[in-house]
Design a protein around this ligand. Structure first.
Ligand code: FPP
Length: 233
């Protein structure tokens, strides 16, 4: 496929509504959502996409009922345990964006282990945003830079876009070319506020647990159509 985005980002929205429509607990939607993530990540890799970034848990999601938070953390734990065994075989790199210091200790250790494996691999990379908020990461970057200035290590006039981006949890990643939001809402919801400055946005009513490879194909066709328009008359 010509003109593929290098980096796709997805807000995995609609798990709760998917479950509600089936009279299931919301957590059932997250379980299916985690499987869909696995399928779509593998598909991105097979297509030759370099990076897929997904929003798994926001800085606001702690306000959800404890059993829902626990279920999402449990799914992440299971995913990471499995990834530790399979990521080298499948050549899938994993990275985590967000303030990981607030995550359960066990998850922090697992992310450290997958990070170490990631450093030994090259090729496709999935980035999972955990306890992530766009404003939060911008504030943390600003604070870190201000602290460096106060300590005499930096001067305010040194700050430019490149230096600022290097303080974000996405340091070193190319910006997303395409941001997809399934689930019907047409909001950015604090996702990749800095990085998404020039991204194409695509909204679909499909709920995340119903999202299939064909939906990604359709998103890529739309992305290419937009690109062709920019390329000429
Ligand atoms: C948004 O749907 C989804 C979440 C807040 C959680 C997403 C988490 C997963 C898919 C599981 C863990 C992921 C990995 C990578 C293994 P919502 O609950 O806001 O849905 P609603 O808008 O219908 O209520």
């Amino acid at each position: 496929m010509a003109h593929l985005p290098r980096h796709i980002a997805i807000i995995m929205d609609g798990n709760g509504r998917w479950a509600k429509r089936r009279a299931l607990p919301r957590t059932a939607g997250h379980k299916v959502g985690a499987e869909v993530f696995r399928t779509i990540a593998t598909y991105c890799k097979d297509l030759g996409i370099e990076y897929l970034t997904v929003y798994a848990f926001s800085t606001e999601n702690w306000k959800r009922p404890k059993d829902e938070v626990d279920t999402i953390m449990g799914l992440l734990k299971r995913y990471l345990l499995e990834a530790i065994d399979t990521m080298a075989r499948d050549n899938i790199r994993l990275r985590f964006l967000g303030d990981l210091s607030a995550l359960p200790e066990e998850l922090q250790q697992l992310t450290a282990r997958t990070n170490a494996i990631t450093e030994t691999l090259d090729g496709f990379q999935a980035n999972i945003c955990l306890n992530y908020g766009g404003r939060d990461e911008i504030l943390r970057a600003a604070r870190a830079f201000a602290a460096d200035c106060a300590a005499g290590k930096r001067r305010p006039e040194e700050l430019d876009e490149e230096l600022f981006a290097s303080e974000l949890s996405s340091a070193g990643l190319p910006d997303p070319d395409l941001i997809i939001r399934p689930g019907g809402e047409k909001r950015v919801s604090n996702f990749l506020l800095w990085q998404g400055a020039y991204a194409e946005f695509l909204f679909t009513d499909t709920l995340w647990p119903d999202f299939r490879k064909e939906d990604l194909d359709a998103a890529l066709v739309e992305y290419q159509r937009r690109h062709r328009r920019y390329g000429g008359i």
